[in-house]
Design a binder for this molecule. Sequence first.
Ligand SMILES: Cc1ncc(COP(=O)(O)O)c(C=O)c1O
Length: 398
Amino acid sequence: MSEARGRDRLLTTGAALDAGPLLVIDRARGAFVWDEAGRRYIDALSGCWCVPVGYGRPEVVGRLAAQLRRVSYTPLDWRSHRPALELADALVEKAPKGLERVFFCSGGSEGVATALKLARLSGRSRTGDSRTVFMYRRGSYHGATLGATSVTGFEELRRGLGPLLPDTLEVEPPDCASCPFGASPERCGLQCAGAVEEAIKRLGPGRLAAMVAEPVAAAGRVQVPPAGYWPRVAAALRGAGALLILDEVLTGLGRTGRWFAAEHWGIQPDILVVGKGLAGGVAPLGAVLMTRQVSELFRSEPFAHGFTFGGHPASCAAALATLQLLGGLIGSVEARGSACVSCSSGVRELTARWPASAFWPAFRCGCPLSGAGSCASSRCKRGCCAASRRMPCNSPRR
Ligand SMILES: Cc1ncc(COP(=O)(O)O)c(C=O)c1O
């Protein structure tokens, strides 16, 4: 089949049908991918933030293959399989305090949709109130299902899809690089946390089911919250009897130098969602971790919710191998991240040397580059952002 013909059949994310040919990736190894013409690229996006230990790791691929040979499918209902049981243990062992049970799904969006259902069920059962409202932050991304889109704070991702879930409430994010309150970090009085408190007050008692948020906003552009933000927000939610759903689909599993970004502030979420690189990028997998209080809802009645391929045995086996490899890498993330803070020269150097179809700076540098390869903040004066503004996305240099 000619490339033009194949292009005509395939609808993809973020590339319009008339946007020209797609980059066809033919093989991958370590941090590199090759296109069909044999050109090599450094994959600084890690696929879609989901290949945390690199492409083609024999430990991961081998474990997945062995599991497929042993039993290629078992659902998680009244049946289960050893990799899921072991993986639930491994995740709980690494998770923030209080998260004691795990529900498996196939990815982040399913995880967030699951968390929303859990929060409403839990609200009803704990307080007897009809707690239906979800709070989310402007500029946040939490997935592509209708439920997850309803708590996603990008207007362009919501446009034309309504009515989305009613009973959602958008608040401003803690965005020190471009403060929505026009304040400076030194003397802002944490207006971003205050906005959450205010919104809860305005809503009135017994209505808020949960707030869903990334501990460090990363799905739009990276926003590390100021030190006091999370303690204040977590206290406000607790005071209102609402749950905190942390979306660690991007930030979880070692990306910030801890197993979970929540650890940086000692946050204790009620529900935590992981996905992306959980299975090393070789198979789809997501997980929803929850407190005993939330999971006890299902002591005598099952959770009437699930996904056919959620917690697939091969995905869980690959995840066990991935977690083992990540355990050996986590210790060096802080040091490598710090090195990347000098990104104004480093990123420029990299962009000069490598094709830049999918360029993203190291997480820790916090530079507001957008996924489209252009700077999300026109006010940013950093060299790497200026470099990316000049660089057309998806047009690798030949
Ligand atoms: C923070 C966050 N949550 C949820 C999702 C949805 O995950 P998935 O695309 O695997 O469904 C994403 C995907 O990019 C994400 O970045």
